[in-house]
Design a protein around this ligand. Structure first.
Ligand code: SF4
Length: 248
Protein backbone atom coordinates (compact mmCIF):
# COMPACT_ATOMS: atom_id res chain seq x y z
CA UNK A 1 0.00 0.00 0.00
CA UNK A 2 1.41 3.43 -0.94
CA UNK A 3 1.29 6.06 1.80
CA UNK A 4 0.32 9.50 0.53
CA UNK A 5 3.15 11.26 2.39
CA UNK A 6 5.63 9.10 0.46
CA UNK A 7 4.24 10.45 -2.76
CA UNK A 8 6.05 13.76 -2.86
CA UNK A 9 6.25 14.47 -6.57
CA UNK A 10 9.64 15.66 -7.81
CA UNK A 11 9.90 19.24 -9.05
CA UNK A 12 9.47 19.62 -12.84
CA UNK A 13 12.75 20.20 -14.68
CA UNK A 14 11.78 19.56 -18.28
CA UNK A 15 8.69 18.97 -20.35
CA UNK A 16 6.56 19.67 -23.36
CA UNK A 17 3.58 21.76 -24.39
CA UNK A 18 0.98 20.13 -26.66
CA UNK A 19 -0.45 22.50 -29.22
CA UNK A 20 -3.17 19.89 -29.85
CA UNK A 21 -3.61 16.15 -30.45
CA UNK A 22 -4.17 16.76 -34.15
CA UNK A 23 -1.54 15.27 -36.46
CA UNK A 24 -1.00 14.92 -40.20
CA UNK A 25 -0.85 11.13 -39.81
CA UNK A 26 -1.94 8.33 -37.47
CA UNK A 27 1.17 6.34 -36.50
CA UNK A 28 0.40 2.82 -35.34
CA UNK A 29 2.61 3.31 -32.27
CA UNK A 30 1.42 6.80 -31.25
CA UNK A 31 1.30 6.93 -27.45
CA UNK A 32 -1.28 9.74 -27.56
CA UNK A 33 -3.32 8.24 -30.43
CA UNK A 34 -2.95 11.48 -32.42
CA UNK A 35 -4.47 11.70 -35.90
CA UNK A 36 -6.01 14.08 -38.48
CA UNK A 37 -9.43 13.20 -37.01
CA UNK A 38 -8.82 15.07 -33.74
CA UNK A 39 -10.73 18.36 -33.57
CA UNK A 40 -8.81 21.61 -33.84
CA UNK A 41 -8.87 22.43 -30.15
CA UNK A 42 -5.62 24.37 -30.29
CA UNK A 43 -4.08 25.43 -27.02
CA UNK A 44 -5.04 29.01 -26.09
CA UNK A 45 -1.97 31.24 -25.60
CA UNK A 46 -3.68 33.26 -22.84
CA UNK A 47 -4.26 30.04 -20.87
CA UNK A 48 -0.67 28.81 -21.15
CA UNK A 49 0.91 32.16 -20.23
CA UNK A 50 0.67 31.61 -16.46
CA UNK A 51 2.08 28.07 -16.88
CA UNK A 52 5.05 29.42 -18.86
CA UNK A 53 5.67 32.03 -16.19
CA UNK A 54 5.69 29.32 -13.49
CA UNK A 55 7.90 27.02 -15.56
CA UNK A 56 10.47 29.72 -16.24
CA UNK A 57 11.72 29.22 -12.67
CA UNK A 58 11.82 25.41 -12.92
CA UNK A 59 12.95 24.38 -16.39
CA UNK A 60 16.60 23.43 -16.75
CA UNK A 61 18.59 23.26 -19.98
CA UNK A 62 21.30 20.63 -20.48
CA UNK A 63 24.17 21.39 -18.11
CA UNK A 64 26.65 22.58 -20.66
CA UNK A 65 24.73 25.57 -22.04
CA UNK A 66 21.29 27.22 -21.55
CA UNK A 67 21.05 27.49 -25.31
CA UNK A 68 21.67 23.79 -25.97
CA UNK A 69 18.88 21.20 -26.23
CA UNK A 70 18.38 17.62 -25.03
CA UNK A 71 15.57 15.06 -25.04
CA UNK A 72 15.15 15.19 -21.26
CA UNK A 73 15.82 18.83 -20.57
CA UNK A 74 14.40 22.22 -21.46
CA UNK A 75 10.94 22.76 -22.94
CA UNK A 76 9.63 21.39 -26.22
CA UNK A 77 6.62 22.32 -28.34
CA UNK A 78 4.82 19.23 -29.51
CA UNK A 79 1.48 17.45 -30.08
CA UNK A 80 0.19 16.14 -32.44
CA UNK A 81 2.07 17.99 -35.13
CA UNK A 82 2.90 21.60 -34.16
CA UNK A 83 3.53 22.72 -37.75
CA UNK A 84 -0.16 22.18 -38.56
CA UNK A 85 -0.62 25.55 -36.85
CA UNK A 86 2.60 27.37 -37.59
CA UNK A 87 1.37 30.82 -36.46
CA UNK A 88 0.40 29.45 -33.05
CA UNK A 89 3.77 27.71 -32.76
CA UNK A 90 5.53 30.99 -33.53
CA UNK A 91 3.44 32.80 -30.92
CA UNK A 92 4.30 30.21 -28.24
CA UNK A 93 8.00 30.33 -29.11
CA UNK A 94 7.93 34.11 -28.68
CA UNK A 95 6.17 33.67 -25.33
CA UNK A 96 8.74 31.11 -24.14
CA UNK A 97 11.47 33.52 -25.14
CA UNK A 98 9.82 36.37 -23.20
CA UNK A 99 9.92 34.20 -20.09
CA UNK A 100 13.54 33.26 -20.84
CA UNK A 101 12.84 29.52 -20.78
CA UNK A 102 16.06 27.63 -21.61
CA UNK A 103 16.65 24.69 -23.96
CA UNK A 104 13.54 25.15 -26.14
CA UNK A 105 12.91 23.05 -29.23
CA UNK A 106 10.06 21.93 -31.49
CA UNK A 107 9.29 18.32 -32.41
CA UNK A 108 8.09 17.57 -35.92
CA UNK A 109 7.35 14.60 -38.16
CA UNK A 110 8.43 16.81 -41.16
CA UNK A 111 5.23 16.26 -43.21
CA UNK A 112 5.42 19.92 -44.24
CA UNK A 113 9.04 19.84 -45.50
CA UNK A 114 8.46 19.20 -49.17
CA UNK A 115 10.41 20.85 -51.95
CA UNK A 116 10.91 24.60 -51.98
CA UNK A 117 13.16 25.39 -49.02
CA UNK A 118 10.33 25.93 -46.50
CA UNK A 119 12.33 24.23 -43.74
CA UNK A 120 15.16 26.79 -43.69
CA UNK A 121 12.69 29.67 -43.91
CA UNK A 122 10.53 28.49 -41.00
CA UNK A 123 13.41 27.30 -38.81
CA UNK A 124 15.12 30.68 -39.30
CA UNK A 125 11.96 32.55 -38.31
CA UNK A 126 11.52 30.35 -35.24
CA UNK A 127 15.16 30.81 -34.25
CA UNK A 128 14.76 34.55 -34.62
CA UNK A 129 11.72 34.29 -32.30
CA UNK A 130 13.89 32.58 -29.66
CA UNK A 131 13.73 28.84 -30.40
CA UNK A 132 16.96 26.97 -29.58
CA UNK A 133 16.57 23.80 -31.67
CA UNK A 134 14.49 21.19 -33.49
CA UNK A 135 13.82 17.49 -33.02
CA UNK A 136 13.17 15.57 -36.24
CA UNK A 137 11.05 12.53 -35.54
CA UNK A 138 11.68 9.55 -37.85
CA UNK A 139 10.89 5.88 -37.28
CA UNK A 140 9.15 2.98 -39.09
CA UNK A 141 5.75 4.43 -38.14
CA UNK A 142 6.22 8.04 -39.29
CA UNK A 143 7.85 6.63 -42.45
CA UNK A 144 4.49 5.08 -43.36
CA UNK A 145 3.02 8.55 -43.99
CA UNK A 146 5.95 11.00 -44.30
CA UNK A 147 8.26 10.62 -47.34
CA UNK A 148 11.90 10.14 -46.33
CA UNK A 149 12.80 13.06 -48.64
CA UNK A 150 10.83 15.39 -46.35
CA UNK A 151 12.73 14.10 -43.34
CA UNK A 152 16.05 14.68 -45.13
CA UNK A 153 14.97 18.21 -46.13
CA UNK A 154 14.15 18.97 -42.48
CA UNK A 155 17.50 17.58 -41.35
CA UNK A 156 19.36 19.67 -43.92
CA UNK A 157 17.44 22.80 -42.91
CA UNK A 158 17.78 22.01 -39.19
CA UNK A 159 21.56 21.60 -39.51
CA UNK A 160 21.87 24.84 -41.43
CA UNK A 161 19.83 26.87 -38.95
CA UNK A 162 20.37 25.15 -35.58
CA UNK A 163 23.71 23.36 -36.08
CA UNK A 164 24.35 20.94 -33.20
CA UNK A 165 20.92 21.78 -31.74
CA UNK A 166 19.33 19.49 -34.33
CA UNK A 167 18.14 16.24 -32.71
CA UNK A 168 17.16 13.21 -34.84
CA UNK A 169 15.00 10.60 -33.15
CA UNK A 170 15.45 7.75 -34.20
CA UNK A 171 18.52 8.20 -36.38
CA UNK A 172 19.51 4.53 -36.55
CA UNK A 173 16.30 3.77 -38.49
CA UNK A 174 16.92 6.62 -40.94
CA UNK A 175 20.52 5.49 -41.51
CA UNK A 176 19.41 1.94 -42.22
CA UNK A 177 16.75 3.04 -44.69
CA UNK A 178 19.18 5.36 -46.49
CA UNK A 179 21.65 2.49 -46.64
CA UNK A 180 18.99 0.51 -48.52
CA UNK A 181 18.32 3.40 -50.93
CA UNK A 182 14.68 3.74 -49.85
CA UNK A 183 12.64 6.70 -51.11
CA UNK A 184 9.13 8.01 -50.44
CA UNK A 185 6.88 6.51 -47.80
CA UNK A 186 7.42 2.93 -46.63
CA UNK A 187 4.81 0.56 -45.14
CA UNK A 188 5.87 -0.98 -41.83
CA UNK A 189 5.81 -4.45 -43.38
CA UNK A 190 8.33 -3.29 -46.05
CA UNK A 191 10.64 -1.80 -43.40
CA UNK A 192 10.52 -5.13 -41.59
CA UNK A 193 11.38 -6.98 -44.81
CA UNK A 194 14.33 -4.66 -45.44
CA UNK A 195 15.74 -4.49 -41.93
CA UNK A 196 14.34 -7.55 -40.19
CA UNK A 197 12.75 -7.79 -36.74
CA UNK A 198 16.01 -6.55 -35.16
CA UNK A 199 14.64 -3.15 -36.20
CA UNK A 200 12.49 -3.09 -33.07
CA UNK A 201 15.38 -4.05 -30.79
CA UNK A 202 17.26 -0.83 -31.52
CA UNK A 203 14.17 1.32 -30.99
CA UNK A 204 12.58 2.75 -27.91
CA UNK A 205 9.09 1.22 -27.86
CA UNK A 206 6.42 2.66 -25.55
CA UNK A 207 3.37 0.35 -25.59
CA UNK A 208 0.67 2.91 -24.75
CA UNK A 209 -2.04 4.84 -26.58
CA UNK A 210 -2.72 3.38 -30.04
CA UNK A 211 0.20 0.96 -29.80
CA UNK A 212 -1.49 -1.93 -27.89
CA UNK A 213 -4.46 -1.84 -30.29
CA UNK A 214 -2.39 -1.79 -33.48
CA UNK A 215 0.76 -3.65 -32.46
CA UNK A 216 -0.31 -5.68 -29.44
CA UNK A 217 0.63 -8.93 -31.17
CA UNK A 218 4.29 -8.02 -30.73
CA UNK A 219 3.89 -8.64 -27.00
CA UNK A 220 2.76 -11.44 -24.72
CA UNK A 221 -0.51 -10.68 -22.96
CA UNK A 222 -1.56 -11.49 -19.38
CA UNK A 223 -4.74 -11.06 -17.32
CA UNK A 224 -4.86 -7.95 -15.10
CA UNK A 225 -4.49 -10.10 -11.96
CA UNK A 226 -0.88 -10.85 -12.90
CA UNK A 227 0.03 -7.23 -12.13
CA UNK A 228 -1.83 -6.93 -8.83
CA UNK A 229 0.52 -6.22 -5.94
CA UNK A 230 3.21 -4.56 -8.05
CA UNK A 231 4.21 -1.12 -6.84
CA UNK A 232 3.77 1.92 -9.13
CA UNK A 233 5.16 4.47 -6.66
CA UNK A 234 8.25 5.37 -8.70
CA UNK A 235 6.17 5.98 -11.81
CA UNK A 236 3.74 8.17 -9.90
CA UNK A 237 6.61 10.19 -8.39
CA UNK A 238 8.30 10.80 -11.74
CA UNK A 239 7.32 14.44 -11.92
CA UNK A 240 10.51 15.95 -13.34
CA UNK A 241 9.38 15.51 -16.96
CA UNK A 242 5.82 16.60 -17.77
CA UNK A 243 3.46 17.50 -20.59
CA UNK A 244 0.85 20.24 -20.54
CA UNK A 245 -1.88 19.75 -23.12
CA UNK A 246 -4.48 21.96 -24.76
CA UNK A 247 -7.22 20.92 -22.33
CA UNK A 248 -5.69 22.71 -19.32
S1 SF4 B 1 3.78 11.80 -36.00
FE1 SF4 B 1 3.99 11.76 -33.76
S2 SF4 B 1 2.13 12.77 -32.99
FE2 SF4 B 1 1.76 12.22 -35.14
S3 SF4 B 1 0.70 10.26 -35.02
FE3 SF4 B 1 2.92 9.88 -35.29
S4 SF4 B 1 3.71 9.63 -33.20
FE4 SF4 B 1 1.69 10.59 -33.03
Amino acid sequence: MIKLRELKINEPRSGGIFLSYRCSGSCRHCMYACSPEWSEDWIEPEKIEGVMDYLSEKIRAPRMDPKSVGLNSGLHYTGGEPFLNYNLLLELVRMGNRFDIPGTFVETNCFWCGEGGTAVERFSELKEAGLDGVLVSVNPFTAEHVPLENTLAAIEGGEEVFGSNLLIYQKSFLDRMRGKGVEGTVPLERSLELIGSSMFKTMEMLPRGRFPYELGELYSTYPAEKFFGQCCKEELKRGWHFHVDNYL
